[in-house]
Design a protein around this ligand. Structure first.
Ligand SMILES: [Zn+2]
Length: 124
């Protein structure tokens, strides 16, 4: 089952991919679900694949243009130094489901993929 915000992307014998759209409509927030069979353990596996990004959309109307520029440059420089000295840069993103219909569609997509794998396992 899919809805306008949850769609099936691809399906194979041991996997199903779904794309779930964030309620805000920004495509960078969308996530990809992969329900598959782990061939080593025979367990159902759910992978959630997200985009990771940092935004420097810092703007405070009470600050001067110089202070806004300062905070933007400071944010970017911190990211560069994090990567140089730590090897990674932390970022966070929000994926939002809103309303029963979208939440149910999300849950149904996961259950649909899970049921398919369980049927595969029982036919072994
Ligand atoms: Zn969003």
């Amino acid at each position: 089952m899919t809805s306008t915000k949850i769609m099936k992307l691809a399906e194979g014998k041991t996997y199903t991919f779904y794309r779930a759209a964030c309620d805000c409509g920004h495509p960078d927030h969308d996530i990809t679900l992969c329900v598959s069979m782990d061939h080593n353990s025979d367990h159902v596996e759910l992978d959630i694949i997200t985009n990771s990004f940092s935004s420097d959309a810092y703007y405070h109307p009470k600050d001067s243009w110089f202070m806004n520029l300062y905070h933007t440059v400071k944010f970017r420089a911190k990211g560069v130094f994090d990567i140089i000295f730590n090897g990674y840069h932390k970022s966070e993103s929000i994926f939002q489901l809103r309303g029963d219909e979208q939440i149910d569609a999300f849950v149904n997509a996961v259950k649909e993929g899970q049921t398919k794998i369980k049927e595969l396992q029982s036919n072994k």
